[in-house]
Structures are given as C-alpha cells and as structure tokens.
Design a binder for this molecule. Structure first.
Ligand code: NAD
Length: 259
C-alpha cells in the first residue's frame, strides 16, 4: 500500500540564516539545523564568537559559514544576505533571533535611548531583514520565517516596557507578514520562549531562577536552548506548509499556569 503521508520533515540542503547565533537559542538553533542537514549562516556581532560556532558545527560534521551581522545595520544586512546567496545559491529559512534586554522604568533618566535601541534591534531589524531576504525566500518556493518573540509578548514583567512592547510587536508583525505573504509560498510564525538558560539570563542568581520556576512554571525549571530550537525546527519543515501567522509558547507551561 502506498503511504498516505506525503509531506517532508527534512530540511536537508536548505539554506538557513540565523541571527544572534553565537550564543543561547541562536547557537542551539544553528547546531540543530546543521544536524538536520541544512547549510547554516551563523551571524552575530562578534567575529571570534561567530567563528567559534562555525567551528563547533563543522567539527560535528555540519555545513556552516559565518558572517558578522549587526541586525540594526542596514548596509551589513544587505551585504550579508547577498554573501549568503552567493555562497549557497539560495536562502530558504530566516530565523530572526538576535535580542537584547534594556532594563529601566519609564521615568528612568536614559529610558528614551533604551526604548529606541530595543525597538531597533528587536522589532525594526526583524522586518528589515525580512525585506532583505524576501526575493530569495520567495524564490525558494517553501520560504520559512520564524521570529523569536517571548512570553513577554503575552504578559508583562515590571521594568522592561520596551522589551515587552517590542516582543508584543513581534507577534503582531508575524501575523501581518503571514497574511501579506499568504500567496507567495512563505510562512511566518513566531516562538515565545519562557525562561531559558542563555546569555540573557546568565546574571540571574540560581536561587532566584529556582524560586521563579517553582512559583510560575508548570515544569518547575528553566529550559535549555535546544528545547526551544526544536520548536523552531517544527515551523521550518517543508511539512509545516499550512502553519502560518501563529505563535508557539515554549515555556514549560508558564503562560497557562494560574496557581
Ligand atoms: P543570548 O544573549 O544568549 O543571545 C542573544 C544573541 O543576540 C547574542 O549572541 C548577541 O550578541 C546577539 N545580538 C544582540 N544584539 C544584536 C544585534 N544588534 N545584531 C546581531 N546580534 C545581536 O540570549 P538568548 O536568550 O539566546 O536570546 C535569543 C532570543 O530569545 C532573543 O530575541 C531574546 O529576546 C529571546 N528570548 C530569550 C528568553 C530567555 O529566557 N533567555 C526568553 C524569551 C525570549
């Protein structure tokens, strides 16, 4: 009997651009995609950190190449996208992952600068990189965009309003682009990670992490970056062709736990 299931769960041979890939979830995603046979463009701010991740992936038998890319830099975005396409003749998958958190309440002295920088990196850069990649994602025939948002886009923590507002914007941007690209063969989805052990959370003391997880997270622990990367992988599979405009909370039950 012939198989009923026809859609592919393989990204082997696809070309994926991951931003903020030198650390945390970006690094884990770059590794996982390479393990699955994709060609991975590892991009981040610091050349030596980018090279280190490219070496890790190459040493593990994967295909990766690195570029310095500040996602808020217009010229760098355009030239890196061109270089990736020159290297592999395609660009099928964009993971908008790079991120920062700037702390400060609304009446703090340097609030305005933090607001502007946060929106530049977390939201404006995501849509601008989509613009840069668009012709290539469309040419792919199965283009995939995953924007990394946050559970902070579904709720709010005191003192980081720029981050919360920008991540809420990422969810709205994802929906809007999904509608806009509906007939162009490109899906757009986002991931809302909960508390994850990465560079961003490394300064939080272990006892504070444990207490937060005990009170707020159904699974009562922080996650490791790889656990988020698998959620991202699901969105970029060829078989995920009818999933668009949605968000997936990878949060150990943070957003559904009432008490
Ligand atoms: P991380 O600090 O380990 O990694 C973030 C990476 O982004 C770093 O390598 C950093 O150099 C890079 N980056 C920062 N500004 C950049 C810029 N302008 N251009 C290019 N790269 C830049 O943190 P992470 O937790 O892995 O962060 C990945 C994403 O996940 C971010 O968008 C973050 O907001 C989001 N997130 C994190 C958590 C968490 O608990 N760690 C929760 C929800 C969402």
């Amino acid at each position: 009997m012939t198989r009923l299931s026809k859609l592919s769960r393989s990204i082997a041979g696809k070309v994926a651009l991951v931003t903020g890939a030198a650390s945390g979830m970006g690094r884990a995603t770059a590794h996982l995609f390479a393990d699955e046979g994709a060609h991975v463009a590892v991009t981040d701010l610091d050349q030596s950190k980018v090279e280190a991740v490219v070496k890790e992936i190459s040493d593990a038998g994967g295909s990766a190449c690195g570029w310095v890319l500040d996602v808020s830099n217009d010229a760098q975005r355009a030239s890196v996208v061109a270089a990736i396409v020159a290297r592999w003749n395609a660009l099928d998958i964009l993971i908008n992952n790079a991120g920062i958190v700037v702390e400060g309440e609304v009446n703090s002295a340097d609030f305005a600068a933090g607001w502007t920088r946060t929106f530049d990196v977390l939201l404006t850069a995501q849509v601008m990189l989509v613009r840069d990649c668009l012709p290539h994602l469309e040419a792919s025939g199965a283009g995939r965009i995953v924007n990394i948002a946050s559970t902070e886009g579904l709720g709010a923590t005191k003192g980081i309003s720029p981050y919360t507002a920008a991540k809420t914007g990422v969810i709205g941007l994802t929906r809007s682009l999904a509608v806009e690209f509906g007939t162009r063969g490109i899906t757009v989805n986002c991931i809302c990670p909960g508390p994850i052990n990465t560079g961003m959370t490394t300064n939080i003391p272990d006892d504070a992490k444990a207490e937060f997880a005990r009170r707020r997270v159904a699974l009562k622990r922080y996650a490791e970056p790889e656990e988020v990367a698998h959620g991202t992988l699901n969105f970029v599979l060829p078989a995920a062709q009818y999933i668009t405009g949605t968000h997936l909370a990878v949060d150990g039950g943070l957003t559904i736990k009432n008490a």
